[in-house]
Design a protein around this ligand. Structure first.
Ligand code: F6P
Length: 324
């Protein structure tokens, strides 16, 4: 392989830049030309790509976001879009791709390889940590720490005013951010999409706390929670508790997607970027590089897309015990 390209796609995640850097510097080290494609599949269709050098990725290891920008492309879901992308890659002499993103990105890459034969190796970049085939995804650790910082701050004001706070964190259909930030932040309750938490259980836990003179409480709600968003859940709880309780809601939103990546994310991203590149060079395709038990592994896209990555439900039991 003489020339490859790297791109980021889907929701951005802190550490994507460290991953791009690893792909580019790895390619330079191995004597391969490397292009950067801007805005994911949209940029591929538009032929928006440029040659990168070691210098192109200077001073980015510490930066959040992605210097290549990211997008979710509807056009790439059509055969016409993929034909245009293929033409642009051929015109630029690109023989293989490193895709940094999540399952949407990998689904597109797999279809593209079957139709046009351009191989892709993926690196898991998403704050949600919802990808089978790696213990952690790039950006998750930073997002958890950002959420935790917010929970700690909210705890201060919650306890000054004897309030109950419902804090909504991201994660789409996955409770990983909720469970880890909730445990680290000493939440009284954590609600995740994977496990049903009846509202009566939330009410009981809050009541038990009040009976022990606990004046403030924090309920961490994952955005994909079945009972609704944090505001809807807070309203339902207020209607059920029947006592004069001061409830507030905070939705953390996209602040969880930004910021300087943690050391853990930078190291993970560096390993996965280099791992994806070297996998591609060794002839791998349609696989995602991941780290399991500290070992670099490659998992077929088919499995990362199809197989769930369950949360550790024992962690929820721990929340209950530790909030007593
Ligand atoms: O997948 C990452 C994520 O941040 C999810 O946690 C969230 O549901 C979604 O992306 C938000 O997407 P957007 O940035 O398009 O609003």
């Amino acid at each position: 392989m003489k020339r490859i390209a790297v791109f980021t796609s889907g929701g951005d995640a802190p550490g994507m830049n460290a991953c791009i850097r690893a792909v580019v510097r790895g390619a330079v080290y191995h004597g391969i030309e490397v292009f950067g494609i801007r805005k994911g599949y949209s940029g591929m269709i538009a032929g928006d790509m440029y040659e990168m050098s070691s210098h192109s990725v200077s001073n980015i290891v510490q930066r959040g976001g992605t210097i290549l920008k990211s997008a979710r492309s509807k056009e790439f879901m059509t055969i016409e879009g993929r034909e245009k992308a293929h033409k642009a890659l051929v015109e630029n002499g690109i023989e293989g791709l490193v895709a940094i993103g999540g399952n949407g990105t990998f689904t597109g890459a797999m279809i593209f390889e079957r139709e046009f034969g351009i191989p892709t190796v993926g690196a898991p970049g998403t704050i949600d940590n919802d990808l089978y085939g790696t213990d952690y995804t790039i950006g998750f650790d930073t997002a958890v720490n950002t959420a935790l910082d917010a929970i700690d701050r909210i705890r201060d004001t919650a306890s000054s005013h004897d309030r109950v706070f419902f804090i909504e964190v991201m994660g789409r259909d996955s409770g990983y951010i909720a469970i880890q930030s909730g445990i680290a932040g000493g939440a009284e309750v954590v609600m995740v999409p994977e496990v049903l938490t009846p509202l009566s259980t939330v009410v009981d836990t809050l009541r038990q706390g009040w009976s022990r003179s606990k004046s403030s409480s924090i309920v961490v709600v994952s955005e994909g929670e079945e009972e609704g968003n944090a505001t809807e859940i807070a309203n339902k709880i207020k209607a059920q508790v029947n006592v004069d309780v001061d409830i507030r809601v905070t939705t953390l939103g996209h602040i969880q997607r930004g910021g300087s990546p943690s050391a853990r994310d930078r190291i993970l991203a560096s390993r996965l970027g280099l791992g994806a590149l070297e996998g591609l060079m060794a002839g791998q395709k349609n696989v995602m590089a991941g780290i399991i038990n500290d070992d670099l592994v490659y998992t077929p896209f088919e499995d990362t897309i199809r197989l769930p990555k369950p949360i550790n439900e024992d962690m929820l039991r721990m929340v209950k015990i530790l909030s007593i």
